[in-house]
Design a protein around this ligand. Structure first.
Ligand SMILES: [Ca+2]
Length: 172
């Protein structure tokens, strides 16, 4: 009797240890990789736009959803571009501070509303646009907007593409 309750206690202890190990390794697996702090500290901001905001891009590469969270976690917003003046400030900034191929996420998508792009930060539809000739052209496959920093033109892209750089803005 004593021996079987001893075994039961051992069984409980081993069981608890195993459960702890499994849950902590699951937790590690679910944790997102930390954004390198240096990349944030080294971030340069654009000039102020007339509406009083600044853009900030990062030399990081990620999917659209990770980009939205990246800005959100930093207390910033995913970038929106509401006027030609803003697109010009942004293009000058991206062209002058980043190396090719400088494709950046804009905080806009037509997910769930094919053909009707809206800004994540304001939930308002695109009014000003700077689409490259013939774009957007990806239909229901490409639903997230990017800007090419070389000339300020926009392209639709697969939202899951993890090779695009994040572009945030200060909250005006
Ligand atoms: Ca689309």
């Amino acid at each position: 009797m004593a021996s079987s309750s001893f075994n039961f206690v051992h069984f409980l202890i081993y069981g608890l240890c195993f459960a702890t190990l499994v849950s902590s390794s699951l937790e590690n697996e679910l944790k997102k990789p930390e954004t390198p702090l240096g990349a944030i500290n080294d971030a340069k901001f654009s000039n102020l736009t007339q509406s009083g905001k600044q853009y900030v891009g990062y030399n990081l590469y990620m999917s659209f959803i990770d980009f939205i969270e990246h800005c959100h976690k930093l207390g910033l917003q995913p970038a929106n571009v509401l006027t030609k003046e803003e697109n010009d400030v942004l293009t000058t900034y991206l062209d002058g501070n980043f190396a090719d191929p400088k494709y950046f996420w804009l905080g806009g998508a037509d997910i769930g509303r094919e053909g009707r792009y809206y800004w994540i930060a304001s939930l308002s539809e695109f009014t000003f646009t700077s689409w490259g000739p013939g774009y957007p052209n990806g239909g229901r496959d490409e639903n997230c907007a990017t800007i090419y920093g070389g000339d300020g033109s926009w392209y639709d892209q697969y939202c899951t593409n993890d090779g695009v750089q994040p572009l945030c803005q200060t909250i005006p």
